[in-house]
Design a protein around this ligand. Structure first.
Ligand code: GAR
Length: 189
């Protein structure tokens, strides 16, 4: 059994979808949810699904070592970032080389980088007049949104789209593909 930790800063709909997907898995266990926000919706979702969730201030995440210690205490093998809006520090990258993946709500390298998260991404896609958007699942390195790409899926940008309508279409792709990609990557470990 591989233990995964999900890092999330917000609502946590992807975290919930991943927890549900693996709830009867014999090979993957979502053992822990970590957040840099005490009030993030993800805590309530994790609580309802019986997964422990904890939050730490941003500077604890950016220091890294205390988080690595905690992950080791919980025997975490793999880390999934699902709407985590905090820098992943060097100690974490060193402790989990090639074992941290992120989902981004655009077709990277387009619309990535610092400040590009959630609705900011969808607004930028619409402002640029793109006809296509989608999701990117990628490994994490020390630069925002620049690690090796594992998987992408696309959806159309439709006339009259708002950031909300585009976000819903992109979220649907996230729910459909993220757990399956996690399963594939973790099973190759
Ligand atoms: C997701 O769309 C995810 O791709 C995005 O945040 C959203 C979180 O939604 N992540 C980023 O923008 C990372 N740069 P959720 O909290 O409902 O899962």
């Amino acid at each position: 059994m591989k233990n995964i930790a999900i890092f999330a800063s917000g609502n946590g709909t992807n975290a919930e979808n991943i927890i549900r997907y693996f709830s009867n898995s014999e090979s993957i266990n979502v053992a822990l949810v970590l957040s840099n926000k005490t009030k993030a919706g993800v805590h309530e979702r994790a609580r309802r699904l019986g997964v422990p969730s904890l939050s730490f201030p941003r500077d604890v995440f950016t220091a890294g070592e205390p988080i690595v210690e905690l992950l080791h205490e919980h025997h975490i093998d793999f880390i999934v970032l699902a709407g985590f809006l905090c820098y992943v520090a060097r100690p974490l990258l060193d402790a989990y080389p090639g074992k941290i993946i992120n989902i981004h709500p655009s077709l990277l390298p387009k619309f990535g980088g610092k400040g590009m998260y959630g609705d900011h991404v969808h607004q930028a896609v619409l402002a640029a007049g793109e006809t296509e958007s989608g999701i990117t699942i990628h490994y994490i390195n020390e630069h925002y949104d620049e690690g090796g790409i594992i998987f992408q899926a696309t959806c159309p940008v439709l006339p009259g789209d708002t950031p909300d309508s585009l976000a819903s279409r992109v979220h649907a792709l996230e729910y459909a593909y993220f757990p399956k990609v996690i399963e594939e990557v973790v099973s190759k470990e």
